[in-house]
Write a protein that binds this ligand. Structure first.
Ligand code: GLA
Length: 374
């Protein structure tokens, strides 16, 4: 039986560690944050689609027949994320009616907090509830895959799938360990609150862009694919460290060094968390930033300033989070030090002539949920 209305919420995420590993077949360790996107879906009696979003204060009207790869370039960019989910859902056999969708987001766009995934996942969960698809935890990896296809195939952003899995499967007080060699998942208890710690998000305000074929993100992905091809592997993360010496280009070696060492750091981070060794976790986060900055060239002056100022101000560790090239950094901070770290970061941004960053303290929160259906 189809429902008439359904509302679902899906959160953004921070990636604690493991960046640019997902599309390379490596490890990552994201957790959901308490900010997200809500979609209210209503079934219509015709074939029309009406989508409204608070993020852009715009509405879009179309028809189910517009959900076609050939049409995607004619849609406004933000609509592509929503239409892409509906397109992928229909491709997967969901019986879609015409729909009214009202979308509200609390997440800043381009901050590296996975606002796109939150949007896709909230649409998929609301529409999935409307047409009675299974949305239990066991079914969610396939919903995440549907949302990833929307983003890569329909929107054209060559992202790797971490964000959608985090948004759909995260648990409070846990991080989600994903091994993209076989997309296996493990919930890792992350008792930050008990330890008196928070993760401070420092959004540099420099928007990063993943959906553009000329973006730094797309360029890095192409470099990793090229390096993997030289090694005769489907993905660079499947190489052994010894293999890297077979790469003749220094640039490919550097990308490979990051990808392989980053997965190893995710394992170190999981071990440190298990031992409740927060200093070791912090040091591992900071090494990740150095690798993303030096070998992967994904940092910016603003991200470096955020990371190194937070460390000077007493953070246990800090790194850029997500795709880089702008967006946010995170710092692992004792709860009592948050105000001072924030103050010093604000001051450093001001001294260096950058606009004030947006800062917020987060803890691991719940994944997506259907809030109401009737
Ligand atoms: C973005 C992408 C993810 C992932 C990260 C980098 O958030 O959406 O798939 O590749 O960048 O780790």
């Amino acid at each position: 039986m189809n429902r008439a209305t359904a509302t679902a919420q899906a959160p953004g995420r921070v990636n604690l560690i493991g960046d640019h590993t997902d599309y390379n077949g490596g490890l990552c360790l994201p957790f959901a944050i308490g900010l997200g996107t809500t979609t209210a879906a209503r079934a219509r009696g015709d074939d029309r689609l009406r989508i409204r979003t608070s993020a852009y204060d715009e509405a879009w009207t179309g028809r189910l027949g517009d959900l076609d790869l050939a049409n995607r370039a004619t849609l406004p960019t933000w609509v592509r994320y929503v239409a892409g989910v509906l397109w992928a859902a229909r491709e997967s056999g969901w019986p879609l009616p015409g729909l009214d969708l009202v979308i509200e987001s609390e997440l800043p766009v381009g901050a590296g907090l996975a606002s796109s995934a939150a949007l896709e996942c909230s649409v998929a969960m609301a529409v999935g509830a409307l047409v009675d698809r299974p949305l239990d935890p066991g079914s969610r990896p396939s919903i995440a895959e549907l949302c990833r296809r929307a983003e890569t195939d329909f929107v054209g952003a060559p992202t790797g799938g971490m964000d959608q899995l985090a948004s759909l499967l995260a648990l409070p007080e846990h991080a989600l360990l994903v091994d993209f060699a076989d997309t296996s998942l493990r919930q890792v208890p992350l008792p930050l609150r008990e330890a008196g710690l928070v993760v401070l998000v420092i959004d540099t305000g420099v928007a990063h862009e993943l959906a553009d074929a000329t973006s730094g993100y797309a360029e890095r992905r192409a470099e990793c694919d090229a390096a993997a091809a030289v090694l005769g592997l489907p993905r660079l993360g499947l190489a052994w460290a010894d293999d890297l010496s077979r790469l003749t280009e220094e640039l490919h070696q550097a990308r490979g060094r990051h990808v392989l060492s980053e997965s190893a750091r995710v394992e170190d981070a999981v071990a440190a968390i298990k031992d409740l060794d927060w200093d070791r976790l912090g040091a591992t986060l900071t090494s990740s930033h150095a690798s993303l900055s030096r070998d992967f060239a994904a940092s910016t002056p603003e991200l470096d300033l955020a990371v190194y100022t937070a460390l000077d101000a007493g953070a246990l560790g800090a790194r850029l989070t997500g795709g880089g090239f702008g967006g946010a950094a995170i710092a692992l901070v004792r709860a009592e030090d948050v105000d001072e770290v924030q103050r010093q970061v604000d001051e450093a941004f001001d001294d260096n002539g950058h606009p004030a960053p947006t800062q917020l303290a987060v803890l691991p929160a719940a994944g997506a949920a259907v809030l109401a259906q009737a």
